[in-house]
Design a protein around this ligand. Structure first.
Ligand SMILES: Cc1cc2nc3c(=O)[nH]c(=O)nc-3n(C[C@H](O)[C@H](O)[C@H](O)COP(=O)(O)O)c2cc1C
Length: 141
């Protein structure tokens, strides 16, 4: 079996649910945003968006919605969004909103874009010796 730093990082993955009370610095954030935006994307539509939740009241609300105490408790909280809205708005503003980016097919492409971007960022996080836990509970509401 081949071992290199990428593969070893992937093989050592485990979800982390308790974090130090430290947030990411500018360089770490910039790196993660760049990795996010360099992910392969169906038809180059970049139908994914990334929210970094820093407002404490919003974090609290999200924690309540998720029903998991560790959500946003320490560290950083991100929401990966399957985002058809941005491209729909761009097309609207250009008077080119012909419904083409409102289809189920585009929705699934957007899901694929978002999941790939998530995993790419997650791998980058672990390669920086940091931890994360994906939170599906955000979708329950
Ligand atoms: C789509 C998805 C949603 C998840 N949602 C949650 C969640 O809401 N809360 C949680 O504690 N873990 C969540 N997890 C983490 C899984 O529980 C975890 O990945 C799984 O138990 C395997 O453990 P590992 O990541 O340490 O290998 C989620 C994982 C995925 C892929």
């Amino acid at each position: 079996m081949i071992h290199n730093s990428t593969i070893d990082t992937q093989l050592n993955h485990k979800s982390i649910r308790k974090f130090k009370d430290i947030t990411l610095n500018h360089e770490q954030l910039e790196t993660l945003y760049t990795v996010f935006s360099r992910t392969a994307t169906s038809m180059f539509m970049q139908n994914a968006s990334l929210l970094h939740i820093t407002d404490e009241a919003k974090k609290q609300k999200i924690q309540e919605l998720c029903g998991q105490k560790y959500v946003g408790a320490e560290g950083d909280l991100f929401i990966f969004i399957v985002d058809l809205y941005r491209n729909q708005q761009i097309r609207k503003q250009l008077n080119k909103d012909d419904g083409r980016v409102h289809t189920t097919d585009i929705f699934f492409q957007a899901m694929e874009d978002t999941l790939l971007a998530f995993q790419n960022v997650a791998n980058a996080v672990e390669s920086m010796d940091l931890g994360y836990v994906p939170l599906g509970t955000i979708n329950d509401h």
